[in-house]
Design a protein around this ligand. Structure first.
Ligand code: NAD
Ligand code: ZN
Length: 367
């Protein structure tokens, strides 16, 4: 099957992302090409049961010493306790700096294993084998790794770029549909940020993406290209990289209000509602047309994503709770908010200093 390569040109830390159906079958050769002697595979129990053995066997056939470290699935695993478990297991497996930590899983495993790789022995090489759509199109690219603290999500971490990313799109065949849709929200996001043609493409090709046709590879590869381009411009998130937060200021507030309870809301669902709110807010401010906002919503509804505050199971709280949730976001400075707004589809921009009063007026109008 054809493999699409996306190169991420980050100087001496440049790396390749390979996207294709069935790549796990060639993982042994591609990973062995990095020249390590040993690899510690970090995975969660769901993914490990499905694919852990196949990856370990493929590495052993190429002469690498492979061990598997299994953590519990779920966001709670991005913790200090799991970091300790993974670091100790990496050391126990005698992983040296030139060896590899391999993240086999979704964004939870990728963030945790990547952070363990960044700090164990002050940094060992790291390979991402993302298995959820969200991790294939977003979290495995860009080098942000970390865990959660009692003070908030992703507040303890490091930038640590992978040496290689292998996105086998066949692995998504076993991903629960709700997780598939949630990851798809991030795919659509890239079109909305700065690529109207890609949004058109999504409207025309989403069924192939969900069904696992060649469109799925194309969507993953195009998303990786888009994210990589932003990361290369702004590796440490000082400017442009903020555009990737389209839909996330509202989305994070909803995740907080629903207490990160994945039974109620998963991240991509919050982002879907958040992107619709960002477009409707842009229309409310007279920046984009109401038709653009409607078109965004129509596509997300078509694929089965939530798009309105009223879609949050168990309720979204009050306008004040939403504003509080946004004010806790790290993008807030002194009473004003930074939002990603849009002048149209594919024409998003970073808007600093949006007054809380305007946001309040908009939210009152929404409910
Ligand atoms: P996840 O890792 O929890 O995976 C979702 C669920 O799907 C889990 O239960 C997992 O076991 C299961 N799963 C994964 N792949 C599967 C497969 N192929 N078959 C069957 N089941 C499978 O969640 P996620 O959505 O992948 O990632 C969310 C995390 O990513 C969050 O912690 C978020 O903060 C992080 N994130 C990080 C970045 C970054 O730049 N580092 C960007 C976005 C999100
Ligand atoms: Zn996101």
């Amino acid at each position: 099957a054809p493999v699409i390569t996306v190169h991420v040109p980050l100087g001496d830390r440049a790396y390749d992302i390979f996207v294709g159906r069935g790549l796990l079958g060639e993982a042994g050769a591609r990973i062995a090409a990095l020249g390590a002697r040993a690899a510690a595979i970090v995975t969660d129990s769901n993914v490990g049961a499905l694919y852990g053995g196949a990856l370990a066997d493929a590495l052993q056939q190429r002469g690498l010493r492979a061990s598997i470290i299994t953590v519990a699935p779920g966001e709670a695993t991005k913790s200090y306790a799991s970091l300790e478990t993974v670091c100790d297991a990496v050391l126990e497996a005698r992983i040296e700096r030139g060896d590899l930590v391999i993240a086999l899983g979704g964004g939870v495993v990728g963030d945790l294993a990547g952070f363990a790789a960044a700090v164990a022995r002050r940094g060992v090489r790291f390979v991402q084998v993302p298995t959820s759509l969200l991790s294939q199109v977003d979290s495995s690219v860009g080098g942000k790794t970390g865990i959660n603290s009692r003070h908030g999500k992703n507040l303890v971490g490091a930038f640590h770029q992978p040496s290689l990313v292998l996105a086998d799109t066949a692995l998504l065949d076993t991903l629960p549909i709700r997780e598939m849709r949630a990851g798809y929200a991030e795919v659509v996001k890239y079109g909305l940020i700065d690529d109207a043609g890609f949004f058109d493409w999504c409207e025309a090709n989403w069924q192939g993406v969900f069904a696992g046709g060649p469109e799925r590879n194309e969507a993953v590869a195009q998303s990786c290209r888009a994210k990589a381009a932003v990361v290369v411009r702004d590796e440490r998130e000082e400017g442009d990289r903020a555009l990737l937060n389209l839909g996330h200021t509202f989305g994070h507030a909803l995740e907080r209000i629903t207490r990160y309870d994945s039974a109620r809301l998963v991240h991509g669902e919050g982002v879907a509602i958040g992107m619709c709110l960002a477009f409707r807010f842009s229309a409310f401010l007279g920046l984009c047309s109401a038709d653009d906002a409607t078109r965004v919503e129509r596509h997300l509804v078509t694929v089965g994503l939530p798009t309105r505050l009223q879609d949050v199971p168990g309720g979204f709280g009050t306008v004040d709770e939403l504003l509080d949730g946004m004010a806790q976001d790290k993008k807030v400075k002194a009473g004003a908010l930074t939002f990603i707004l849009a002048r149209g589809i594919g024409q998003s921009f970073v808007a600093h200093g949006i007054e809380i009063a305007k946001v309040r007026a908009f939210l009152n109008h929404e409910i």
